[in-house]
Design a binder for this molecule. Structure first.
Ligand SMILES: Cc1cc2nc3c(=O)[nH]c(=O)nc-3n(C[C@H](O)[C@H](O)[C@H](O)COP(=O)(O)OP(=O)(O)OC[C@H]3O[C@@H](n4cnc5c(N)ncnc54)[C@H](O)[C@@H]3O)c2cc1C
Length: 385
């Protein structure tokens, strides 16, 4: 039976980043995804924020032009413009970016297995036997450690008896081409409980591509109907008469905050599987990058030393404290359903005393917390069973 140090389930941004960091440390890694190709079923708009762009070396040709302008719309479509002196956002060309990261993984020695589904695992001494299916054919591999990077409804997380996401919103969007840009690249955000209950509707036009989408609590709206209504209501904002549909995207976004129990001696969770998404903005790409880099350090040290204490630093409790205010704002966003109240809130935002609050939400530099942990230097005692 093939044997690996780590099997990473899921090759989204979190899985790719974790596999890459572990591959660079020369561990034997198997990366699997149920998709045949990473350009299929992408479920993110791909907006990267300034701090991610500054702290991580994302390939320039996998990112669209910079966006500095934001327009926030109230339910009655009263607008408020915010302009940053910095390049605040860039929309990732995600198929290209995933592919580039995958090539880097393969160059470091990561074994890549597409069309491969995680089914279940059993424990044998300190190792796991993994039952997976490649192109419908059953296959067994052994691994010392398992990483669940399999998204918001993580099957690996449940099988590892770790915590699961319980609260999410649903987002759907269209990626369009052939839409003229009037003025600078712009991120239009719409607070409208009718088409986006508890979240936002958005149009991002970076000069090359347009992403037009809606998000909200699934029990309160029909996402595809809301997307159609939203698209039909933005004639005066973008000219979609010659727009060509390139792609449809959608998926669940966990918004309950980082889960508490995200690691044990057999495996850990990263990305959406760990609930690592900002409860307020629903941004998950920065957390994917930061939490995955941290996870890879923890796993590497654990595999090298066999010291289970190493894993205690990988706890959701460490991150949750940083998200208290954002979790409260999520509660408020979720509770306020009256358009009149939201209109009032937007009117307040336009007052000079409160506009810095709106500025802070869109351009603030509060990303997912970086966790620094001293490197553990201990003799190797890990048993390979
Ligand atoms: C519509 C939408 C727009 C968004 N826009 C933004 C944005 O602009 N900016 C931002 O910061 N965040 C955004 N988010 C959130 C962000 O996209 C996610 O937080 C992030 O992509 C999560 O990455 P991930 O690698 O954890 O999970 P995913 O990207 O979901 O990857 C999980 C992978 O696991 C695979 N998988 C699942 N189960 C199995 C299995 N049993 N076996 C094998 N493979 C499996 C899946 O095929 C998938 O490839 C958005 C989310 C949505 C839904």
């Amino acid at each position: 039976m093939e044997s690996f140090d780590v099997v990473v389930v899921g090759a989204g941004l979190a899985g790719l980043q974790t596999a890459l960091s572990l591959g660079e440390r020369k561990f034997r890694i198997l990366l699997i995804d149920r998709k045949p190709s990473l350009n299929r079923s992408i479920h993110t708009t791909g907006i990267f924020v300034r701090r991610t762009l500054e702290d991580f070396d994302l390939p320039d040709d996998c990112l669209g032009p910079a966006v500095r302008n934001v327009t926030l719309y109230s339910p009655a479509r009263r607008s408020m413009d915010l302009v940053s002196p910095h390049d605040e956002f860039r929309v990732g060309r995600m198929a290209q970016l995933y592919q580039r990261l995958l090539q880097k993984c393969i160059r470091t020695g990561v074994e890549w297995s597409p069309t491969t589904k995680y089914i279940e695992h059993t424990k044998l001494n300190d190792e796991l036997t993994l039952y997976i299916e490649t192109e419908g054919q059953p296959r067994c591999v052994r691994t010392r450690y398992l990483v669940g990077a399999d998204g918001a409804t993580s099957q690996t997380g449940a099988a590892l008896k770790l915590d699961s996401n319980r609260e999410w919103i649903v987002g759907v969007e269209e990626v369009l081409d052939g839409v003229p840009l009037n003025g600078p690249p712009r991120f239009h955000c719409f607070l409208d409980p009718h088409v986006a209950p508890g979240y936002l509707a958005w149009i991002v036009h970076d000069g090359e591509q347009v992403h037009l989408g809606v998000g909200g609590y699934p029990s309160r709206f029909d996402p595809l109907k809301a997307l159609r209504e939203f698209r039909n209501s933005v004639d005066n904002i973008v000219d979609l008469s010659n727009a060509k549909l390139i792609e449809r995207r959608g998926g669940r976004i966990p918004v309950g905050g980082v889960l508490r129990r995200i690691a044990n001696e057999h495996g850990l969770l990263v990305g959406d599987a760990a609930g690592a998404v900002s409860p307020l903005t629903a941004g998950g790409l920065d957390p994917c990058m930061r939490l995955s880099a941290f996870a890879a350090r923890v796993i590497g040290d654990y595999l090298e030393t066999g010291d289970r204490d190493t894993l205690s630093s990988y706890s959701g409790e460490l991150f949750r404290a940083r998200f208290v205010s954002r979790l409260w704002m999520r509660r408020v966003l979720s509770a306020v359903q009256s358009p009149a109240l939201i209109e009032l809130g937007c009117a307040l935002f336009r007052l000079p005393v409160f506009d810095s609050f709106a500025w802070h939400i869109f351009f603030g530099r509060g990303s997912f917390p970086d966790v620094q942990r001293p490197t553990v230097v201990k003799p190797t005692v890990f048993s390979t069973g």
